[in-house]
Every structure is written in structure tokens, then in C-alpha cells.
Design a protein around this ligand. Structure first.
Ligand code: LIP
Length: 315
């Protein structure tokens, strides 16, 4: 078995084990006093004892199986640990992506386990135990839902044609945990711009998109998997982190989607540590375009005429 196959199998087994812990904790949450903490005193950025327990489990299993590998995890970083990103194999992990959903029992919650080698994401596993949806991929070998369904969902038929404009898109974005006036008003203005008709009143200098709809499910990893499936066309988010996106990025790439850094007309590759992410689904090229990439990049440019960029410092 070559090594990425071995790493993928390891991550799948681990994700399933973690999924059971997450489910059990969710079922027990009415009868036990499991604690919820806010990070950095921010009531919109929550962590539970289950996030910490699951991350500890993943970290210890990685250490036991691959002692020479590095580890970057959401809760380890929240505890003040500083990481250095190197060419070494590095596991980038979110024990519970969608913690607020987990707390409320809203069933869009995932454990996200990604692996980079030479700084490139090569293995990704995203598992939603509530819906029993397991998304997996390794570089060069395709992306799958529950082992057998190849992504995008149209496979083996050619993916649906890419939308010729934002006005034909279903867009996913998130409001996130930064509730400062400046960030929140830019995010709300962007959604207004995405939905409004050209000429309608606007609070920003950006264009109107008249997109078909905007959705928000509270987990970046699952949002990106929705783009990989082809259930929505565009996902963007400012302010989430490498552990929210690394595993799902492998799944998206293997499904023929693209991700770029959400800044200006950036054409990629995405900076996974940049906290600004924009993903476009796979699809056959629009009429007149030479290939899918050209159609995808047209949507990248179109979104930046409509959406406001937000500063996302790492500290
Ligand atoms: C969540 C992200 C989501 C974002 C939330 C939060 P967590 O991750 O996946 O996209 O909008 O604010 O950061 O904290 O549940 O792992």
C-alpha cells in the first residue's frame, strides 16, 4: 500500500471513531453538564469539552502512529501553541467544525482531518456523523462520498455546465465569529449586494449580483464539500482557519473544483493559512470558454465586484 493510501485509511478510521464520540456527546448533552467555553471571551466563538477531547484523541493517535509527523489543531492553537508550517507531513485538524451547530443539535457538524506533505494538501477526510456522510480524497485518486459515490455527484456524466454569471449561482457564505461593527457590516453588505437587483439601494460601492440564493450552514468544511458535490456553485468565507478548510480542499480539488484566496482577483493557488477562501465547483466550460478554468475564474472575478474584502489578521 503506498503511503497516501495508508494515511487516508488511518484518517478514515480515526474520523469514524471521533464521529461516534461526537454523536454520543450530542445525545448526552441534555442529561450531562458538559461545559461550553467561549474562546478569547468571544461568546460567538465557542469550544466544548468534546472539541478538546476529540482533538486530544486525534493528536495522540497521530503521535503514536507517525511520531515524526507534525500536528496543527484548532484547540491546540487556541491553547496558545505556535506552529511552524514545514515540508514535513503535517496533520491539520478541526475536531468539530460547526461547534455552534453541535451545541444546538443542528446536524451540520464534522470532524475534519487533512494532511499536507511538502506543504501541499494531499489527504482529506471530512465526516458528518449526524448524517453519516463521509467525504474522502487523496491527491490524484478522486473524491468520494461514503466510499462509493464519486464526486461531483454527476459523475460519470460530465459535470453540469458552469454558470455563465453570478445571477445563476447558489452561493454559500458564513457570518463567522468576528462580530466587530466593521466586519459584520461588510459581511451583511456583501450578502445584500449578492442578492440585490442592479440599481437597488446599496450601502457599498460594489456591484449587484442578483444571485439565485445565499446559504449558510455553519461549517466551512461541509460548505466546501457541498461545492465539491456540485450542490452549490460558490463558497466564500473570510475569517475561518486552515483547520476548517485543509481536508475539504483536497476533496474539492479531486472533484474538479478550485479554491483561491479570497482577495482581489487572485487566481490561486490558495494560501491555506490566509483565512480568506473562495471555492468554485467543477463544471463543463460555459459556451465560448476554452476550458472549465476560464469559466471558474470568470466567477472568481465576478464575485469580487460584488463582495467586500475583509481584513483577517492571524493575531
Ligand atoms: C466554524 C467555521 C465556520 C465559521 C464559524 C466557525 P468551528 O468553525 O467552520 O465556517 O463561520 O465561525 O469558525 O469554530 O465550529 O470549528
Amino acid at each position: 500500500m503506498n503511503s497516501t493510501e495508508h494515511y487516508l485509511e488511518f484518517a478514515i478510521n480515526l474520523a469514524k471513531q471521533c464521529g461516534q464520540i461526537i454523536l454520543d456527546a450530542s445525545n448526552a448533552r441534555y442529561s450531562t453538564n458538559s461545559k461550553i467555553h467561549s474562546k478569547y471571551g468571544n461568546q460567538s466563538d465557542l469550544v466544548t469539552e468534546t472539541d478538546q477531547l476529540v482533538e486530544e484523541l486525534i493528536k495522540s493517535k497521530v503521535k503514536e502512529s507517525f511520531p515524526e509527523h507534525r500536528f496543527i489543531g484548532e484547540e491546540t492553537m487556541a491553547a496558545g501553541y505556535k506552529h511552524e508550517f514545514t515540508d514535513d507531513p503535517t496533520w491539520i485538524v478541526d475536531p468539530i467544525d460547526g461547534t455552534t451547530n453541535f451545541i444546538h443539535g443542528f446536524p451540520f457538524v464534522a470532524v475534519s482531518i487533512g494532511l499536507t506533505i511538502n506543504k501541499e494538501p494531499v489527504v482529506g477526510v471530512v465526516f458528518n456523523p449526524f448524517l453519516n456522510e463521509l467525504y474522502t480524497a487523496r491527491k490524484g485518486h478522486g473524491a468520494f462520498l461514503n466510499h462509493t459515490t464519486r464526486l461531483p455527484l454527476s459523475y460519470p456524466n460530465p459535470p453540469l455546465q458552469l454558470p455563465s454569471s453570478l445571477a445563476k449561482c447558489l452561493v454559500i457564505t458564513e457570518f463567522g465569529s468576528d462580530r466587530s461593527d466593521i466586519t459584520l457590516s461588510k459581511k451583511v453588505n456583501s450578502v445584500h449586494n449578492l442578492l440585490r437587483k442592479p440599481g437597488a439601494v446599496s450601502w457599498s460601492s460594489k456591484k449587484a449580483g442578483l444571485a439565485r440564493g445565499v446559504r449558510s450552514i455553519g461549517s466551512a468544511a461541509l460548505n466546501i464539500c457541498s461545492i465539491a458535490m456540485g450542490r452549490a456553485d460558490i463558497f466564500y468565507e473570510f475569517g475561518c482557519w486552515e483547520w476548517d478548510v485543509t481536508a475539504a480542499l483536497v476533496i474539492l480539488n479531486e472533484a474538479g473544483g478550485i479554491m483561491v484566496s479570497a482577495q482581489g482577483y487572485d487566481e490561486g493557488p490558495v494560501d491555506i493559512f490566509g483565512r480568506k477562501y473562495l471555492a468554485i465547483r467543477a463544471g463543463s466550460p460555459c459556451d465560448g470558454d476554452k476550458d472549465s478554468k476560464q469559466s471558474q475564474l470568470r466567477l472568481v472575478r465576478e464575485i469580487w465586484d460584488v463582495v467586500e474584502e475583509i481584513d483577517c489578521p492571524r493575531t
